[in-house]
Design a protein around this ligand. Structure first.
Ligand code: CA
Length: 437
């Protein structure tokens, strides 16, 4: 159980003034990422605070960390954060408490910390983790239902859905950090009416709104993570866009599932939001509707059911090339919430390891597309446009699927009375094409 402590105190302010206003990164958040800066091209770990980034490795060299916090800070300052993700949660908590103390109003170390801040606009964010394995689940039940209705009106949910957390093994090599442009993939496309497939640029390019989970220490092959111990394996969260080529997907996916329709790119947000930062926003897993089966015992834990879900607002915005040229803002096309997941993150981890499969530090889990039950909260264009049949309005333009030049932006915010609102930063990417056919 992640506990609330002084680092969640709403009234604490930071001497970094930008952290006290409208920001994703108040002092109660303190996410970790990997950055380089205009004055130092080396990749190193940093903590976001308001509009600034605290150089953790420089803070270690300056002697600002000791004890449990020193080891955590040392690995948090590295150019890739796998070792940080692997530390026990108690060390992560100690690190958080120390950074909170350094950045809080009245900190005696302020003058030593100030030179270690870099303005975010002078920083380039990098993929924070060397991702060994990436698994994408399908835990958003409204998405599963909506997609099922499109292709199987008589049986939207397959019989296994409410018993087994569905997932597939994704591709880690093509995971990119927010801000990376994404090339429109080519592949085999065949509409049902076509006599034969053709090869060419994807015509039905889509996004998927997901939460990403960064795995902690992991487990040895041949062992399983019990549901009650799964929470300790969650070291962080991010936003994830599972770019999807629907025309390629619909032709290739049977019988073994997604392949080239998904493997060309997956975008993640740059900042690792810790379980500690999200502690105030944990909620009970919503009760299953009457008639739904209870999870099997290996997926059932009373504490997890009591606080294993997350109340995090998720929004998708679209900025078309035309709107960008006219300096228009992006248009919000969806507002969903992480509480619409049918399985908790702990259940996903318990299931993933139930066969003895080993997870390793920095493995990435996608939750699956998180659609709300309402039409204004759908997590993909596939759902919003009924597979391209009903275009949506995007600030005066229409879209069925993504056009070249479109930028997809996913943001998230967690809010609760009595606590500071925290955000995730964003995950964004512009679609480009190298061909005209
Ligand atoms: Ca997905």
């Amino acid at each position: 159980m992640v506990r609330l402590d002084a680092t969640h105190d709403l009234l604490t302010r930071s001497w970094v003034t930008s952290a006290n206003g409208h920001t994703d990164f108040p002092i109660q958040n303190l996410p970790i990422g990997v950055f380089s800066s205009a004055d130092d091209p080396r990749l190193r770990g940093g903590v976001a605070i308001g509009d600034e980034v605290l150089d953790v490795s420089a803070a270690v060299r300056a002697g600002l960390f000791t004890g449990d916090a020193l080891h955590a800070a040392t690995v948090a300052g590295q150019s890739t954060l796998n070792a940080f993700l692997a530390i026990p949660s108690a060390e992560r908590v100690a690190f958080r408490a120390r950074v909170f103390a350094l950045l809080a109003d009245g900190a005696s170390e302020r003058s030593r910390c100030e030179p270690l801040l870099r303005h975010a606009s002078e920083c380039v964010m990098h993929l924070p983790v060397t991702v060994g394995d990436y698994t994408d689940f399908y835990a958003g039940i409204h998405h599963a239902m909506n997609v099922g209705k499109l292709f199987r009106p008589d049986q939207p949910l397959l019989p296994n859905y409410k018993h087994v957390p569905i997932g597939y093994h994704g591709r880690s090599s093509s995971i990119v950090v927010s801000g990376t442009d994404v090339r429109r993939p080519s592949g085999q496309r065949k509409a049902p009416a076509d006599a034969a497939p053709t090869f060419g640029p994807c015509r039905n390019l889509d996004f998927e709104l997901e939460l990403g989970v960064w795995v902690g220490a992991g487990n040895a092959q041949g062992t399983s993570v019990a549901i009650g111990a799964a929470e300790e394996q969650v070291a962080g969260f991010c936003l994830l866009n599972d770019w999807s080529a629907r025309d390629i997907q619909s032709w290739e996916y049977q019988p073994l599932g997604p392949f080239l329709a998904k493997s060309f790119a997956t975008s993640v947000s740059a900042w690792i939001v810790t379980p500690e930062a999200l502690a105030p926003f944990r909620i009970p897993q919503p009760a299953r509707p009457d008639g739904d089966p209870a999870p099997l015992p290996y997926l059932m834990d009373a504490a997890d059911q009591q606080s294993g879900a997350l109340d995090v607002e998720l929004e998708v915005l679209l900025l078309t090339a035309g709107a960008r040229a006219q300096q228009q803002p992006p248009v919000r096309i969806s507002l969903s919430n992480a509480q619409h997941l049918y399985w908790t993150v702990a259940q996903l981890i318990a299931h993933h390891t139930s066969n003895g499969c080993n997870l390793r530090p920095g493995d990435l889990l996608g939750t699956g597309t998180i659609s709300a039950p309402t039409p204004d909260g759908l997590g993909s264009l596939l759902e919003m446009t009924q597979s391209g049949r009903t275009p949506i309005d995007v600030g005066g333009e229409t879209r069925t699927f993504l056009m070249d030049g479109d930028e997809v932006i996913v943001r998230a915010r967690a809010r609760r009375d009595g606590y500071a609102t925290i955000g995730f930063g964003d995950v964004r990417g512009i679609v480009y094409s190298t061909t005209n056919s």
